[in-house]
Design a protein around this ligand. Structure first.
Ligand code: APR
Length: 228
């Protein structure tokens, strides 16, 4: 069975109403990354960081998967599908995808602030100051901040190296190590890129650019792949 690997970024959730990071109305327009998405920010102002992710979590819980998420889930009828996502939302899972690797964590779980491997489900939208992990440390969002390790990167690289077909949806490829994953895909493997604003990729051979938004481009490509 053909092995399809899809790398997704914030663009696939844009039409579900979740803001991307670097588009004109992007998230980072409203905040300084250094103030809300780094270990130093957590040190200096944990309440502001907690509040930032509580607000993000609320929007995620209110959002719904869109046609692009559902189309990728439908691919599983015929292919072995692995989604490697940079997104911290759970829209792929809610659309029915069963094999999702979250490179940057997932906002619907909390994490110990002294032992990252300790994560917990969150009921409701907020983590309150004072809520502690089993080791007694303050709980934080289970997301990877700038400057923190990306524990799943080796797994993701091996997954990309094994792809028979690769699809990139909705990422500016601005952030490493995630942006380097496309380089692990074999030269001869078809690499589709779906984005209204195709990012520059420094890979040779077999790149097929689909300059469309996700809810148009992804279902169209999936329909073709399900016909094969
Ligand atoms: N459909 C498809 N792609 C879209 C759409 C859409 N409707 N709208 C925007 N895009 C594309 C943009 O053209 C851009 O290429 O989505 C991409 C969004 O890029 P970023 O905002 O940089 O998001 P992403 O690439 O996921 O960022 C990577 O950076 O800030 C960190 O941890 C954060 O995971 C994030 C990482």
């Amino acid at each position: 069975m053909k092995n399809i690997v899809i790398l997704t970024g914030a663009g696939i959730s844009a039409e579900s109403g979740l803001r991307t990071f670097r588009d004109s109305d992007g998230l980072w327009e409203g905040y300084n990354i250094e103030d809300v998405a780094t270990p130093e920010a957590w040190e200096h102002n944990p309440v502001m960081v907690q509040q930032f992710y509580n607000e993000r979590r609320k929007s995620v819980l209110e959002a719904k998967p869109n046609a692009a998420h559902y189309a990728l889930a439908a691919l599983e009828e015929k292919y072995k599908v692995t989604i490697v996502t940079q997104n911290i939302d759970d829209l792929h899972e809610r659309a029915g995808s069963t094999n999702v690797v979250h490179l940057h964590g997932i906002i619907t779980r909390s994490q110990s602030s002294i032992k990252p491997e300790l994560t917990y489900p969150i009921d409701g939208w907020e983590i309150k100051m004072g809520e502690k992990c089993e080791l007694g440390s303050q709980l934080r969002a289970h997301v990877v901040w700038f400057g923190e390790a990306v524990p799943m990167i080796e797994t993701a690289a091996a997954i990309c190296a094994g792809a028979d077909l690769f699809i990139l949806v909705g990422s500016s490829l601005a952030v490493y190590p995630a942006a380097g994953l496309i380089g692990y895909v074999d030269r001869g493997v078809p690499k589709y890129i779906i984005d209204p604003n195709i990012p520059s990729v420094n890979v040779r051979g077999n790149v097929i650019k689909i300059q469309e938004k996700a809810t148009i481009g992804v279902p169209a490509l999936v329909n073709e792949l399900l016909k094969d």
